[in-house]
Design a binder for this molecule. Structure first.
Ligand code: SAH
Ligand code: SF4
Length: 396
């Protein structure tokens, strides 16, 4: 008997046959998977490895989307590829540019869902903030995405496709033969958009492997930061299987407060989390863990909180930097931003204790592109306020 397996988001892993055209999208496939589908569709087994190498470079190094452009492949073979495969990335629905240069894109993925991607230019680098899920299963009470139910996990192609889309928009694909330009507009990736990346582990991992591949986009693992709310069992796996930098949405110094702000704390509390961070094998002075701490007026911003935060980090001897994030309000948000003086005083206590304590500059808030303001226009799966409050344990 072949009972149908329950559909879980992870089953949406590529290769996906999309309704339009029924072609297999090559974007997001691992090299092994690409080899497999090429063989299935007529590439001789003996040639498959070489063909993967060639196609891979066209897609990820040169940004080509059309098999006809792959000039080191025979014409007949290009036509054969075109019959079965496509090179497709999410479609840009809208683009807004902030007065500070931040770009916010709304992109559409299969099924008509939409996610947001933000590009933040800085003097010495450019950071792309990408999404890993449509919505989020978690309900952090200060986060706009947390008001939206999880619709689905993004596939690896949709995750890496956001990076490819941004390179298109920035016109940053190299030109064959031209001298290599070392100063990249898109030099860093942060997984800080919509969704909890560690609840979509395999797909995020496969996409980041593509971002780091030396024959493609070639970003160093030190230029990729994954932010998690604290999915403790997946933290060690992140070090082993991705090896990128880690940021943790810490946000509170007592379990009582963290249970409300970051409800996953009820499952893995502050000590369980700190232990996992202390064990993050890649952690070293040059690879500090970033503690993200959103500054909420009268909720988590006292001097006592700052001292407790330091005690926690010291107790577990974690190489850390503490990134203070002024709370970004969104329509209906239940909190207020701490005053600038309060944030500075908090930062100073941390700094005096010997830790870097940068205050994150709010970018793109005129276009609702700042941290925690992201939420797709797909409103139909919105959680009710009651549900959020119940799940977060808020009293009123
Ligand atoms: N789910 C992951 C990554 C996405 S959130 C996580 O929670 O870490 C990215 C960062 O933005 C997190 O540190 C999150 O806590 C923060 N954030 C969410 N809402 C915010 C808001 N309204 N103002 C400021 N930061 C916010
Ligand atoms: Fe999800 Fe992160 Fe927002 Fe929490 S802060 S609801 S984990 S996206």
């Amino acid at each position: 008997m072949t009972a149908k397996a329950p559909i879980t988001p992870d089953i949406l892993t590529v290769p996906r046959k999309e309704p339009e055209g029924g072609k297999i999208n090559l974007v997001g496939l691992t090299r092994d998977k690409m080899r497999e589908v090429l063989i299935e569709h007529g590439t001789p087994e003996k040639q498959a490895k070489m063909r993967v190498g060639q196609i891979w470079q066209w897609i990820y190094q040169w940004g080509k989307r059309d098999f006809a452009d792959m000039t080191n492949l025979a014409k007949a073979y290009r036509a054969q590829l075109d019959e079965h495969f496509e090179i497709r990335i999410p479609e840009v629905v809208s683009k807004q540019v902030s007065t500070d240069g931040t770009r916010k894109y709304l992109v559409r993925i299969a099924g008509g869902h939409e996610v947001e991607v933000v590009y933040i230019p800085e003097e010495d680098r450019g950071t792309l903030c990408i999404s890993s899920q449509v919505g989020c299963t978690l309900t952090c009470s200060f986060c706009h995405t947390g008001t939206q139910k999880l619709v689905r996990n993004l596939t690896p192609g949709e995750v890496i496709g956001q990076v490819m889309m941004a390179r298109d928009d920035l016109e940053e694909w190299p030109i064959p033969g031209a001298p290599k330009d070392e100063t990249r507009l898109l030099s860093n990736i942060v997984l800080m958009g919509m969704g909890e990346p560690l609840y979509n582990f395999e797909n995020v991992r496969d996409a980041m492997k593509i971002a780091m591949d030396p024959e493609g986009i070639q970003l160093s693992r030190r230029r990729i930061t994954l932010s998690t709310s604290g999915v403790v069992p997946e933290i060690a796996r992140t070090a082993q299987e991705i090896g990128c930098l880690l940021a943790i949405s810490f946000h509170a110094t007592t379990n009582d407060v963290r249970d409300v702000l970051v409800p996953i704390n009820k499952r893995w509390n502050i000590d369980a989390l700190l232990q996992a961070l202390a064990d993050y094998p890649k952690a070293s002075n040059s690879e500090r863990i970033t503690f993200e701490y959103v500054m909420l007026k009268d909720v988590n911003d006292s001097d006592e909180d700052a001292h407790r935060l330091i005690e926690h980090i010291k107790r577990y001897n974690i190489p850390a930097k503490i990134n203070l994030i002024p709370f970004n309000e969104w329509p209906g948000s239940p909190y207020q931003r701490s005053s600038n003086n309060r944030i500075r005083a908090f930062a100073n206590i941390i700094y005096q204790a010997g830790y870097a304590s940068p205050i994150r500059k709010t970018r793109g808030d005129d276009i609702m592109a700042a941290c925690g303001q992201l939420k797709s226009a797909t409103e139909r799966a919105r959680k009710s306020r009651k549900q959020i409050e119940a799940e977060a344990g808020l009293k009123s």
